[in-house]
Design a protein around this ligand. Structure first.
Ligand code: WTA
Length: 657
């Protein structure tokens, strides 16, 4: 959605919904929480950290002397996996269900806290036997199956560092991430089920490792999920089930320093190279668990929680793996796509397990909305009592539909703003307190200092817009970019002195509530997934037909934004290439192969020139006008103002596919 559209849709949005008195009374978070946190934020976070079990208690809360590199609870020691597993079993909760796994074909598995703990202990022994020790990196490239969570926790248990790579990324993207982190081990599967069929994963790992492209990798552990045939490399490959069967189920969790790295998660930035966002242990787990308990009002004894995110994204780290398990929650995980084998699959799962808390993305809500309410209406969704949204601004229409059709008109909606970098939710309503407004994430969490500032870094008055910043350190903040401290400083801390720059535009309404307006940099948000314009441009120009490419994120009803690419072709190379439509298809597939299907452009427009400033910078703003079919804006800074006439004329003539 463009900024102007969003601001005008906000202007007319003045509804707000108070939580019911009944909900407020029983809510975990009560109104005093805000004043209590504001009185002494550090003491507030120390209090929250005490909800974890520390092998060695911390005496210091925050060390910000080496800003922007924070240390939280620095002299404390804990084990993240112990906090998510063993301690619940020791507290007599071993029989409580931790995971209800629903496979796409309809197969199911149930893990209690006792059986999940045992599996993680075995997996920790498998890793140790393979020579993985504290500080080593392990790449995890798996479908959404229990082994994904077991692997993450096993890596955490031995103090190693995981780098989960979303299963939809290509072999090239996987290789880049393995190389950057110098992973010693890769955990993958033969395949997973998606859209009604077995979809292979192992070949992408084989391709990534081929020709010794990733010399750091010593072994590949392979989960057998689909039983499809796989190529086997005797020197590296090991079946997960064979190793697990042989491994001991005894494993004592050791303590690690609070600042021991827990994971790296790669995310798109404004350059072609993804950033390895680094998170550590004590502060991360504190904030993930705290926010999960309070924002979703989790009652671990009775709630059935379901977050639909894949573990390949930060939401799957903080709100599938770590937050819920640290809190002893019972949750559902689902392997497949929402429409397999029928478009009511999600609602069927909610009915089957009696899900009470649902956390999902606006793009999913919009696609269900498009299919019509008769699909969810056919299922009993009356158990739902809290609904969450994440990943992109949720448009008020989708918010209202979510509330009325899925939440039965009463379940509070928490629109949660945060990022891979922030590690946990930063801005969100609290469901028993906040009078929620459709489309706004509204208030910084207790203990969090978020603001909207102008170009000079000054806080804007209510009713005005600017850039979102976080002005004080927070426990789950990133500790840097893997092996690139300069880029960390430059990307987040150089724009506004002493404040974290999130890269998002935002506005404060008359009540001071925060509305997110989308990215202000060259990052797109497609179906809640972050993509870099530059990365897709590099993928396009790596094809020998393409001389130059410019990519923009254009407004899209379903996916929020969609990738639209403008390309200039090499005339000498394309003599036999076929029609523009053929060219477009081949280039779209090329991007899918280079990065992954999520980065595939919706449209490729073949043009003769690109609009550039006199200094040679591509004016993406003008291309966005074309892509969104709007009148073209100010062209006075263009080196050659006739270019836009040529481009829009050519588009009108139907050169796009
Ligand atoms: C966007 C996802 C508006 C935002 C957890 C941010 C949102 C980027 C919201 C981070 C929201 C996320 N309202 N925008 N509730 N949540 N965003 O790293 O642009 O995949 O900077 O983390 O998503 O995406 P990431």
């Amino acid at each position: 959605m463009s900024e102007n559209d969003l601001i005008s849709s906000l202007a007319s949005e003045s509804r707000s919904f108070a939580p019911s008195a009944e909900f407020s009374r029983q809510a975990n978070a009560q109104p005093e929480i805000y004043a209590h946190a504001a009185a002494n934020p550090e003491a507030f976070w120390a209090e929250q950290a005490h909800a974890l079990t520390w092998h060695k208690p911390f005496t210091k809360t925050l060390d910000w002397s080496d800003a922007p590199f924070a240390k939280w609870f620095d002299d404390g020691e804990l084990n993240v996996a112990y906090n998510c597993l063993d301690r619940h079993v020791e507290n007599g909760l071993g029989e409580r269900v931790a995971l209800f796994f629903e496979g796409e074909p309809g197969d199911t598995q149930v893990f209690t806290y006792a059986t999940l703990t045992e599996a993680v202990k075995r997996a920790a022994n498998v890793l140790a036997d393979l020579g993985v020790t504290a500080g080593d990196r392990v790449a995890i490239y798996l479908p959404m199956i229990p082994e994904a969570i077991i692997s993450m926790l096993a890596v955490a248990r031995i103090g190693a560092i995981h780098s989960v790579v979303f299963g939809g990324f290509s072999a090239d993207s996987l290789a880049t991430r393995i190389q950057d982190a110098e992973a010693k081990l890769v955990i993958t599967a033969d395949g997973g089920y998606r859209k009604g069929k077995a979809s292979a994963l192992k070949p992408a790992v084989d391709e990534a490792l081929s020709g010794n492209a990733c010399p750091s990798v010593q072994h590949v552990l392979v989960v057998q999920r689909t039983g499809q045939s796989v190529e086997w490399f005797e020197t590296t490959d090991i079946w997960w089930h064979e190793a697990m069967n042989k491994a001991s189920s005894e494993h004592t969790a050791q303590a690690f320093a609070a600042e021991n790295p827990l994971f790296i998660l790669y995310t798109s930035g404004t350059t072609g190279k993804p950033k390895g966002i680094l998170h550590t242990s004590g502060g991360y787990l504190t904030q993930a668990a705290f926010t999960h308990r309070n924002i979703f009002d989790l009652k671990p004894e009775t709630d059935i929680y379901w977050c639909t995110a894949d573990v390949g994204w930060i939401t799957g780290h903080s709100y599938v793996a770590y937050g819920p398990l640290a809190n002893g929650a019972t949750q559902v995980i689902y392997e497949g796509t929402p429409d397999a084998p029928h478009p009511g699959r999600w609602w069927e799962i909610i009915q089957k397990y009696g899900v009470t808390i649902l956390y999902t993305a606006p793009t999913a809500i919009r696609s269900f909305m498009k299919l019509g309410r008769q699909i969810p209406d056919a299922f009993d969704l009356s158990t739902l009592r809290v609904l969450g949204s994440v990943g992109e601004p949720i448009n008020p229409e989708a918010w209202m539909w979510y509330r009325d059709v899925i939440g039965g008109g009463s379940a509070p909606i928490v629109d949660t703003w945060w990022q891979t970098e922030t590690g946990a939710i930063m801005i969100s309503p609290l469901p028993g307190i906040t009078h929620t407004k459709p489309g706004s994430a509204q208030v910084p969490m207790s203990g969090i200092a978020a603001d909207v500032v102008d170009d000079h870094g000054h806080s804007v008055a209510n009713g005005h817009g600017g850039y979102l910043v976080i002005s004080e350190p927070w426990p789950s903040m990133l500790r840097g970019i893997w092996r690139d401290p300069e880029r960390f400083n430059e990307t987040y801390w150089s724009r506004f002195h002493g404040q974290y720059f999130a890269g998002d535009g935002a506005k404060k309404d008359a009540d001071g509530d925060i509305w997110l307006l989308g990215r202000v940099d060259d990052v797109m948000n497609v179906s809640g997934h972050r993509l870099s314009t530059t990365e897709i441009e590099s993928a396009l120009v790596s094809h020998h037909w393409v001389a130059e490419a410019a990519v923009v994120g254009a407004r899209d009803e379903l996916t929020g934004q969609a990738v639209v690419a403008f390309v200039i072709l090499r005339q000498d190379e394309i003599a036999d290439a076929g029609s523009d439509a053929d060219i477009s298809k081949i280039l779209r597939d090329h991007v899918a192969k280079e990065i992954g299907p999520i980065a595939k452009p919706r449209q490729i427009m073949v043009v003769a020139e690109l609009p550039k400033t006199r200094s040679g910078k591509i004016m993406r703003r003008l291309l966005r006008d074309v892509a969104e079919d709007r009148p073209i804006g100010d062209v006075t800074t263009l080196a050659d103002s006739s270019v836009m006439n040529i481009i829009s004329g050519k588009i009108a003539a139907g050169a796009n596919d």
